[in-house]
Unconditional design. Structure first.
Lengths: 345, 355, 321
């Protein structure tokens, strides 16, 4: 049909209208609330531990008993089977074989998982933007070098690379020059995840940078005698911002997933520190006896990743200029396609 | 039908399909429900086509001419579209007809040659197979016979080496060749009505002329009726028996081709005529285009829809203008309130017709 | 053209394998993670024994010598595990059937599920309000599938269908040649847990592709030709919107070998290559890791070339590069 929008709104109004579109999607609002709720809960872990559960994340209660609706029950049975959910303050989601409170560990573990994922996401975004700007702007040998490096990381299976790095670094720690990360540090998995996902984001951003560098407004900036750095960060970077916004929740979801995978294989968060992945891993080993050890962290993880993914899709819908056509045109599912391209402000 | 109330049509002399008309369209309305509201793409269009006649529908892009043409064979039917009025083909109603019934008509009785054959032909199917597919959909022929028919159709449409071209993919053909293949596809089942939607757009001028000549030749030979949709009155000039000028979803002028070209009544038609690049005349310094752009069909203006772009508009243009005969020719209708005298004097610009 | 394509891909493959082997070696060698000689010699070894082991395995040589030595062993098929002192290639060959069963089966399942759900979703999306609601439900399901780690799905399937309802065996692998029926029952849950992740993703990609293609001009041409809706969908819409899915499939199939398979095989104790890799990593045993990573990377390159060939065969516009 020849039905088409007549004048696309100018770039200045784009972000405002993107926000409006984002807020029009009820799923996005629900997802944001769920994610915020989970984050808040996990941040309140010490409060919950002290005020409700009256125990800490690493405190053992193997020989203790707990009273559930009038009956005294062993926290861990003589045969080593931990108690299931009591649905009350103490041992809300039951105990693990060490007699630790699962609900408390769930919140502390969530704090670790989310912290790692958040740091990894920020690290990926930072590195990816730098790599994309340098490669896309300078081109030539630097572009070739960075692009091959990205290809190399990309062709290395993500989980295998993460696990390999995780295991080796867990033993030795790493010296970053300005600071040293010890083997058990939570920053190690964050660092690994952050690096592993850089190509995922850097490659599309590089393509976008190259495309932007050919636009008139960059030419104009160049003729005004602005330095390369000024143009890169002052002119091009703001135009990449919408892509970066779309990537953020997507990276967060994938970082949480990768952290759990690494921890599941013993290459992420190291015992006794809890994380959702290590908790699922421990539960798997005790499999038929105590499914609550898998269910509690598993459902929490699912809720967090699902809401981050829903947010990512909503952000993509809102920022995708193709979504504004009159014809019902859905967005593409793949990350490699359908990225919103920057418009000169 | 809230939009209908704003457009009085009682008493407007709508040409009836009459006896022997192949196609009769009466008060066709097409509305699309989009994200931003309802678009009235076609707003009460009526016309008829006799067997073997060439009717041209002309207007700028977005004026509803394609939506009109596509609605005839029900190709605008989709969840967001709303159609009303009547389309009768050989006396049978098509607008409310079942999809099954329409399918038998599409391709066999009413065939459509779309614009931009690069995207209108399936990129991953050989040209010959695309034609054979249509033949087999309508006639009980074998694969080999259908393939032979496809080659014959290509030859008929003036494609050189048709056996070879039938095995080509669309992207392997030149623009003119693709358009000929598209026409071959449309004509392969010998339809009674060919709808040619912008058949020469995106082709260079010499190829355009070839395609127009080809269409004229084929029409002559096959005797089918043609509905020619174009934004270019120049393309239409040599072919059309009658012309329908559309603007913002409405017909603003219609009549015999000779009358519309020699005695155009509506300033919009003047503008279209003024912007024809004519090969037989010296080019003016600058090809005058009609300034401005058509109004949004989300909220079409009341009164004459061309008012805002028309240098001759006056106070009365604010109220609705009906489509009726305003010259001595009963079949020549228009929607302009200027007097015949005013029209004759104002449409001459630099010795030729223009806005 | 074909020859140039093969040559280019072969060169790229050699380069990638070289780079990946170096990277793997560096990760385990440059990052100081304890002397492998200590582990090989055993806990009760005296310094002389440790020294002997070091000299025997060449751990006292410079890194590049060690790399070349290991690579020579890999390429001649004589690579020995540091911790178990068995031939790694034999071990991998023994584990390969389980992994191939897992990945091939799962990828076929997710492709079929993805196509079925994608077509269904696209049909529903173009229907009335109730159908569109159902489509949104499918979308939510797919999203949940994408958001669930394979090991969680595996755990839950194993617990409820294995331990609780006793419908399926509790993990382990039975070779196809030994007992096809038991092979099937042992593989079904692993297949499902691996496939759910991708089926959701594929269904959404295909749904979007179908809806995009439905708006294409050539689909309108197909309708104008008087074809039945079924024919339009199969020959014109699906034919074109499946093209990107084919590309995705080839790449994901390879990626699963170094990702989802590790986790799924561990959950279901399939004794596949992935589980072997996971265990070797935990033992800091470089040779198996090196071999498996290179094997995976090799498959990634080969499959991406195969995918390109398939793409070119399906889409006449694609030129092989």
């Amino acid at each position: 049909m020849e039905v088409r929008e007549h004048s696309p709104p100018p770039g200045r109004r784009r972000h405002a209208s993107a926000w409006r579109r984002l807020l029009r999607q009820p799923a996005a609002i629900v997802a944001a609330c769920v994610l915020l709720g989970i984050v808040t809960l996990c941040l309140l872990a010490p409060v919950y531990a002290r005020e409700v559960a009256h125990t800490g994340p690493d405190a053992n209660h193997v020989t203790a008993t707990v009273s559930v609706s009038g009956r005294r029950l062993d926290v861990v049975s003589p045969t080593g089977v931990p108690i299931g959910p009591t649905w009350q303050g103490r041992f809300l989601f039951g105990a693990d074989p060490n007699g630790r409170d699962v609900a408390v560990r769930l919140l502390y573990g969530g704090r670790n998982s989310l912290q790692i994922a958040a740091i990894a996401t920020l690290l990926t975004m930072l590195l990816a933007v730098i790599v994309a700007l340098l490669a896309g702007w300078f081109g030539g040998a630097l572009d070739a070098l960075l692009s091959r490096l990205m290809d190399l990381i990309w062709s290395y299976p993500v989980l295998l690379l993460g696990v390999a790095l995780g295991v080796t670094l867990a033993v030795s720690g790493i010296d970053l020059g300005f600071t040293t990360l010890k083997g058990g540090s939570l920053l190690l998995p964050a660092l690994i995840i952050g690096v592993v996902y850089v190509p995922y984001m850097a490659r599309p951003l590089r393509a976008q940078t190259i495309e932007l560098a050919r636009r008139e407004f960059v030419d104009a900036a160049r003729q005004q005698g602005l330095s390369g750095a000024r143009i890169m960060f002052g002119e091009i970077l703001p135009n990449l911002s919408s892509s970066v916004v779309v990537f953020a929740p997507l990276l967060l979801a994938n970082a949480i997933l990768l952290e759990s995978g690494l921890s599941f294989l013993g290459a992420g968060v190291q015992a006794p520190a809890p994380s959702w992945g290590t908790m699922i891993s421990e539960g798997t080993r005790l499999m038929p006896a105590a499914i609550h050890l898998v269910l509690a962290p598993g459902l929490m993880l699912l809720a967090a990743v699902l809401s981050a993914n829903v947010l990512a899709e909503a952000a993509r819908d809102a920022l995708d200029p193709r979504g504004r056509r009159l014809r019902v045109r859905p967005t593409a599912g793949g990350l490699d396609r359908g990225l919103p391209d920057g418009e000169p402000a | 039908m809230s939009a209908a109330a704003a457009t009085p049509r009682a008493g407007a002399p709508v040409p009836s399909p009459g006896d022997g008309a192949l196609l009769g369209v009466r008060d066709l309305r097409v509305r699309f429900h989009g994200e931003q509201g309802v678009v009235q793409a076609v707003d009460g269009v009526s016309f008829s086509i006799r067997p073997g006649e060439v009717l041209a529908i002309v207007g700028e892009s977005g004026c509803g001419k394609s939506a009109t043409a596509l609605s005839v064979a029900g190709l605008t039917r989709e969840a967001q579209a709303e159609l009303s009025g009547s389309v009768s083909f050989e006396g049978a109603e098509l607008l409310g007809a079942s999809e099954r019934r329409l399918r038998a008509v599409r391709g066999a009785q009413i065939a459509t040659a779309f614009q931009d054959p690069m995207s209108a032909l399936n990129p991953v199917q050989r040209v010959g197979d695309q034609i054979a597919e249509q033949v087999r959909a309508h006639e009980p022929v074998s694969r080999a016979q259908a393939r032979a028919r496809a080659v014959a159709a290509l030859r008929q449409a003036g494609v050189p080496e048709p056996e070879l071209r039938a095995r080509s993919y669309p992207h392997e053909l030149s623009g003119g060749m693709r358009q000929r293949a598209m026409i071959a596809l449309a004509l392969s089942c010998s339809p009674k009505l060919l709808i040619a939607d912008e058949p020469t757009t995106a082709l260079d001028v010499t190829v355009q002329a070839q395609i127009v000549a080809e269409l004229a030749r084929l029409r002559e030979r096959l005797g089918m009726a043609v509905m020619l949709v174009s934004h270019d009155l120049g393309v239409v000039a040599g072919l059309a028996d009658r012309v329908l000028v559309m603007y913002a979803g409405q017909v603003i002028e219609q009549g015999e081709a000779r009358e519309v070209f020699e005695d155009p009544q509506h300033p919009y038609t003047w503008g279209l005529l003024g912007s024809i690049a004519r090969i037989d005349r010296e080019r003016p310094r600058r090809l005058p285009a009609i300034p401005g752009s058509p109004p949004s069909l989300l909220h079409p203006p009341a009164g004459c829809r061309f008012r805002e772009r028309c240098p001759h508009a006056f106070a009365a243009c604010v109220s609705p203008v009906e489509l009726r005969a305003r010259t001595e020719h009963a079949g020549h209708l228009d929607r302009c309130l200027l007097s015949g005298e005013q029209k004759r004097s104002r449409r001459v610009v630099e010795g030729r017709i223009g806005l | 053209m074909m020859l140039a394509f093969a040559a280019r891909r072969l060169a790229a493959m050699v380069l990638v394998l070289f780079a990946i082997s170096v990277l793997t070696f560096l990760i385990f060698e440059v990052i100081p993670n304890g002397d492998p000689a200590l582990r090989l010699a055993g806990r009760l070894a005296n310094p002389q024994e440790i020294h002997d082991v070091r000299a025997q395995w060449g751990f006292d040589k410079p890194v590049y010598v060690q790399y070349l030595r290991t690579m020579e062993q890999v390429l001649t098929g004589k690579v020995i595990s540091y911790t178990q002192q068995v031939n790694v290639l034999d071990e991998v060959a023994e584990d390969l059937p389980a992994t191939i069963s897992l990945t091939v089966g799962a990828s076929v399942i997710w492709l079929l599920m993805g196509v079925a759900l994608g077509v269904l979703g696209a049909q529903l999306a173009r229907g009335g309000p109730l159908a569109r609601l159902a489509d949104r439900g499918l979308g939510a399901l797919a999203m949940a599938g994408i958001s669930t780690p394979a090991f969680l799905v595996g755990d839950l399937l194993l617990f409820y269908l294995g331990y609780r309802l006793r419908i399926f065996p509790l993990g382990g692998y039975v070779p196809l040649t030994e007992d096809p029926l038991r092979w099937l029952t042992h593989m079904l849950l692993p297949w499902l847990s691996l496939a759910i992740l991708f089926a959701g993703f594929y269904s959404r990609v295909l749904r979007a592709g179908i809806l995009d293609t439905m708006g294409e001009s050539y689909v309108r041409t197909a309708r104008a030709k008087g074809l039945s809706p079924r024919r339009v969908l199969l020959a014109h819409v699906l034919r074109n919107s499946l093209l990107p899915i084919v590309a995705l499939w080839g790449l994901d199939f390879a990626a699963v070998l170094g990702g989802g398979a590790l986790l799924t095989e561990t959950v279901f104790n399939l004794h596949g290559v992935g589980q072997y890799a996971a265990e070797s990593i935990q033992r800091l045993d470089i040779p198996p890791i090196l071999v498996i990573t290179m094997l995976t990377a090799f498959l990634v390159v080969v499959l991406s070339a195969a995918t390109d060939l398939l793409q070119a065969a399906l889409d006449p516009r694609v030129r092989l590069r």
